[in-house]
Design a protein around this ligand. Sequence first.
Ligand code: FMN
Length: 310
Amino acid sequence: MLILAPMQGLTELMFRKVYHQCFPGALDCSISPFLSLTHGNLADAWKKIGDVLPEANSDSIPVIPQILGKEPIEFVELANRLYDIGYTEINWNIGCPMRRVTAKHRGSGILPYPDEVRAILDHIIPRLKPDLSIKMRLGLHNPDEIFNLIPILNDYPLLNITIHPRTGKQQYSGQVDLDTFARTLSLLHHKVIYNGDICTTADYRRISQRFPKIQDIMIGRGILYDPLLPLKIKNNHPDDLPATLHFILSLTDAIDQLPIRQESQMRKIKEYWCLLRRSLPITEQQAMTVLHAKTPDETRLRLRTILDNL
Ligand SMILES: Cc1cc2nc3c(=O)[nH]c(=O)nc-3n(C[C@H](O)[C@H](O)[C@H](O)COP(=O)(O)O)c2cc1C
């Protein structure tokens, strides 16, 4: 199975829907960007519920809601509400590397504290209506932190654990630590999903050959660098520039429809463009013409010019 990684600000419902319309079946499932229980604030987390409402997601990549937080009572409340609207799996984010998150022992900030992880799982597991899966890193400061967590994680009925084999401190830089990942894999009793730095079919092949036990792979940035990557992995799909440009145009249309100020629309369009342009054999100058567009209409026009010239 190929799973779309959660990426706050990038893989929300609008993106997932456009992707599904352009490349149906390319991705089997997705984890939503996190609903945050900051200070245990349920109302704040619920504000973002639109992203995972089942009706809105019916013509999109199937989604599993993700929760970021360490407040067990509110976690159970939010997860059970999500179950009541139709979700049988909830994902717990203990991998987020952002400083303001980790400083409060949230996200990957909880990884050096196995007792806190156990206390939370002790409270939530017997009370949760949905099944629980986890998305995590190897540690916050040190990749060996995971070895103190494995005996705890093995004690609970988890659906699966996605591991991004970096530490929180690394953020997204440096190498993924595949040797520690291999040791982790041999000790965890749960199904493990691999996530990290799969940007080409060769990257995918390297991971699946080294870890034949791994069935499911989660991909984040690789899909924004090359939206055809899942189809290339699954069906040997060749490069298809018109399909890629059609996707970028559809995304631009969808952003144009968002009920936000044009300034914010353009910021979003440019953010996606800076990532997606990597998949096109275009010059820096051509890329800049899109970056300098002032409106969604102008963006579309310039994208079409690029398409005509390819
Ligand atoms: C902009 C951005 C936002 C992210 N937001 C989330 C998030 O909401 N929840 C989460 O678990 N991981 C989040 N991540 C981490 C990704 O899900 C993924 O683990 C990471 O990008 C590594 O995978 P990749 O190399 O395939 O991109 C985010 C990453 C980025 C770059």
